[in-house]
Design a protein around this ligand. Structure first.
Ligand SMILES: Cc1cc2nc3c(=O)[nH]c(=O)nc-3n(C[C@H](O)[C@H](O)[C@H](O)COP(=O)(O)OP(=O)(O)OC[C@H]3O[C@@H](n4cnc5c(N)ncnc54)[C@H](O)[C@@H]3O)c2cc1C
Length: 378
């Protein structure tokens, strides 16, 4: 049976960043690292269906993994993107509030400062109108370090570097069984030839980075206590495109309403300066990526509160993504979960659960965190 030193399950942005970081570690032979993906190519899961925003780190509970890894990941990400010529823009973001939302905006600013974000600026109505004349708002917080990135280019670059160092990337390789053994874990993948049996190998280290399916992968691990497997709840976010010109040079976010799950329907843009509107947030039972045209009115109303010039007939249903949530409707937001030997007693296994936003931004810091959890040298 072939022996690997490390196996990463799931080639989304996080699995790829982890495989890349492992390939840099002096303690591992890169040729003995395997990155497995069930789909035909990398980055086709949650990582292909997001806003591609490099988050500043405003919203997360100070001291949480989300806050720490977002702020650290943001710095590492900008460094990597600049060093490797990957398209991105540090365009900045405005969180806008109406008069009755001032306290909520200032509370958000205070939360961000407690998390270690010290570059925020408060803009009054006049200063705001000088920056963005199409906005209608009373007060805003400017986060100058927020940006956008070509996330596919980023994933491609990381994977390419890791492969050049020798790691093996296997697409069309769904993991079907996992059993702890003397050499770590015996892992089987389904092969697509009807006449051939599953391919089985061993790996000393195993990283479950399967996004929405991380709970299903955990369920396949023989000997893992079932009560350690969290339920992943699917929370869908729909996007609309806007056929009109983008009047903004910043990303524009409203103050999230107290009872909403997402960040409020916001206006971001891609690197071609096309407006993206959304996402909203709705828990779903069945995986589906259909965007209902009937939501046009709801999206238009939400955005017109701060962008009154928006023309509803220029909105088009676009794409959607699904957040792998650990908390249900009405519950406080969950943190990233890294389940290690301390909890499950299986040496060499780290499982990632609830890797929702800001997972793209945090990805380089998440990868470093995993290197640290395994006690490997970087
Ligand atoms: C609507 C939305 C907007 C977002 N916006 C942002 C944003 O602007 N900025 C930001 O920082 N973050 C954002 N995020 C979060 C970010 O997209 C995620 O945190 C990140 O993409 C998660 O990456 P991942 O590698 O964990 O998951 P995925 O990309 O889903 O990768 C997991 C992979 O595992 C594979 N897999 C599943 N089962 C198996 C199996 N049995 N065997 C092998 N492989 C398997 C899947 O096919 C998949 O490719 C957003 C998320 C959503 C849903």
């Amino acid at each position: 049976m072939e022996k690997f030193e490390a196996c990463v399950i799931g080639a989304g942005v996080i699995g790829i960043a982890v495989a890349h970081a492992l390939s840099l570690s002096k303690d591992i032979n890169p040729e003995k690292i395997l990155l497995l993906e069930s789909r035909a190519d990398f980055g086709q899961g949650i990582s292909s269906r997001n806003s591609e925003v490099i988050h500043g780190g405003l919203y997360y509970r100070p001291g949480s993994l989300k806050a720490e890894l977002c702020i650290r990941g943001k710095a590492l990400l900008y460094e990597y993107l600049s060093a490797n010529g990957i398209s991105h823009a540090r365009c900045g973001k405005l969180v806008v509030a109406q008069r009755h939302q001032q306290d909520a905006l200032l509370a958000l600013r205070d939360n961000a400062v407690k998390s270690g974000l010290h570059d925020l600026q408060i803009l009054n109505k006049h200063r705001l109108s000088l920056k963005e004349s199409s906005l209608s708002a009373y007060l805003a917080v400017l986060s100058p370090s927020t940006g956008i990135v070509d996330s596919h280019h980023y994933m491609h670059s990381l994977l390419d570097k890791a492969q050049r160092r020798g790691i093996i990337f296997a697409a069309n390789s769904p993991v079907s069984a996992i059993k702890p053994c003397r050499d770590g874990f015996e892992v089987s993948i389904e092969t697509n030839q009807a006449d051939s049996r599953d391919y089985t190998f061993t790996s000393k280290l195993l990283i479950n980075s399967a996004g929405l399916s991380a709970d299903k992968i955990a369920d396949k691990i023989i000997g893992l206590k079932k009560d350690l497997i969290p339920k992943i709840l699917m929370c869908k976010g729909d996007y609309f495109s806007y056929a009109g010109a983008n009047p903004f040079s910043h990303l524009i976010y409203p103050i999230p309403e107290a009872d909403t799950v997402g960040l409020g329907i916001h206006c971001t843009m891609d690197l071609n300066n096309q407006l993206r509107i959304g996402p909203d947030a709705a828990y779903i039972a069945e995986e589906s990526y259909h965007v209902e045209p009937y939501k046009t009115e709801r999206f238009a109303e939400a955005v017109q509160r701060y962008f009154p010039g928006l023309k509803p007939d220029l909105l088009q249903p676009s794409y959607s993504g699904i957040r792998p949530k650990l908390s249900g409707p009405g519950e406080p937001a969950g943190d990233f979960v890294f389940q290690t030997e301390d909890e499950h007693r299986l040496k060499g296994l780290v499982q990632l659960f609830g890797m929702e936003s800001p997972g793209l931004t945090a990805s380089p810091a998440i990868a470093q965190h995993i290197i640290h959890l395994f006690g490997l040298s970087p």
